[in-house]
Ligand binder design. Structure first.
Ligand code: AMP
Ligand code: MG
Length: 390
């Protein structure tokens, strides 16, 4: 049995980045750059007015004749004299001769002239050429996540394609004789199979949209056969159930017989102890406990960083949150605890129903409170560490 930190280190060391692919910027949300992007242009490409107003040569004079108009999209680069101004609009080209724009609210305008009531500072209200980025400068380094703003910025530079890491193809293999699909009639002794949709939903939150679900009965031959083909087709395989020590738990044996290399089995934690992590070629295998709450806990703790690492994220762990505990807490297990918890602006409450089988309170939790294995108790008011979950 290994420690949580050791398990995380092994996972990180084995979660290589996916190969790169070229994709359209418009389709890049949630992908991570595989190489840096260089700007093909200055942005803005020319000196732009930041206001609707008047462009002029800054001086102590307040009275100017309006000699021309520059609308967004125009490019009239006329000469200006000291007593002349150009009517100008937001985003429009500022004639080279002008060095300042006064906003129209600060002007008393007549038909052909203006009187500047509040004189702006020299070069006010002009966005310099290349203010955001200069041509040939680095827009983003490799490892940058494509957010809506990043996509917008790339588009503003005229960039249509980028190189990103592929997203891993993920399969879920569900095991258990007792499982029935939701929607079907529940016969005696059976339960509804809920781990696959739960894991699919959890995968969606980290940008893995299409996931194939397979299922097998508790049978070594069937499990081995299913895994044989799944291992060839996917980058990440999540298995639910059958990884504990029961007489009908065949997953570990089926994995080993498929030449999956065992990287660890069992972690000193509660819930979620019976988990197997292994690899075959580039494919990673997480055999998660069947108990729903354990399965989801281990997804958040172990699968999320592995997938983020494969997608190319530089920061693979979610930022932890620190809050004051609102009651005493004991840990006499000698294991790391992951407790379903709910935090607000200042405090955190540990929820009831912490059993590994129970999703009822997990469903309203917004975090997992981490009690490291060496800690035997926390007192009310003490600061504790939480992993936020969405
Ligand atoms: P196992 O890890 O296969 O021993 O399963 C542990 C517990 O989780 C048992 O009570 C199972 O019935 C339950 N379980 C296993 N797989 C699922 C699943 N896909 N959906 C809901 N419950 C499950
Ligand atoms: Mg089972």
């Amino acid at each position: 049995m290994i420690k949580v930190e050791e398990a995380l280190t092994i996972i990180e060391a084995n979660s290589a980045k996916m190969p790169a692919q070229q994709i359209a910027v418009s389709k890049a949300l949630g992908y991570v750059l595989a190489e840096k992007v260089i700007s093909p242009i200055h942005m803005p490409p020319f000196r732009q007015s930041a206001m609707d107003g008047y462009a002029f040569i800054h001086s102590i004079k307040h009275q100017y004749d309006i000699v021309s108009t520059s609308q967004a999209g125009d490019h009239s680069n006329l000469k200006l004299n000291a007593n002349e101004a150009v009517r100008i609009f937001t985003g429009a080209f500022v004639p080279d001769a002008a060095d300042t724009v006064v906003m129209q609210e600060h002007v008393i305008a007549n038909k052909n002239s203006i009187l500047i009531a509040a004189m702006p500072a020299k070069s006010a209200n002009i966005r310099p050429k290349g203010e955001q980025i200069a041509k040939d400068d680095i827009v983003f380094e490799a490892g940058t996540l494509m957010t809506p703003a990043a996509i917008g910025f790339l588009a503003s530079l005229g960039i249509t394609e980028i190189k990103v890491h592929k997203k891993p193809k993920v399969a879920i293999l569900v095991t258990g004789n007792e499982l029935v699909k939701p929607g079907e009639k529940l016969k005696k002794g059976k339960i509804y199979e809920s781990n696959s949709v739960m894991l699919q939903a959890a995968l969606e939150t980290i940008g893995i949209k299409k996931t194939k679900v397979y299922s097998v009965k508790d049978n070594l031959k069937a499990t081995k056969k299913a895994l044989k083909s799944i291992l060839k087709k996917y980058d990440i395989v999540l298995i639910s159930g059958g990884i504990s020590v029961g007489d009908y738990d065949f997953v570990k044996e089926a994995l080993l017989q498929n030449d999956v290399k065992e990287l660890f089995y069992k972690i000193n934690q509660k819930p979620g102890k019976p988990m197997f992590f292994g690899s075959k070629n580039e494919t990673l295998v997480f055999a998660l406990p069947g108990n729903p709450a354990s399965s989801l806990t281990n997804f958040y703790i172990y699968v999320v960083p592995a997938i983020k690492s494969r997608i190319g994220f530089l920061e693979i762990h979610k930022t932890k949150v620190i809050r004051k505990l609102n009651s005493d807490l004991k840990n006499n297990t000698g294991k790391t605890l992951f407790l379903k918890a709910k935090y607000n602006e200042t405090h955190v409450e540990v929820l009831d129903s912490q059993s590994s089988a129970m999703l009822n309170t997990f469903a309203v939790a917004n975090s997992l409170l981490i009690v490291p294995e060496g800690i035997e108790e926390y007192k009310k008011g003490q600061l504790v560490t939480l992993l936020p979950i969405d």
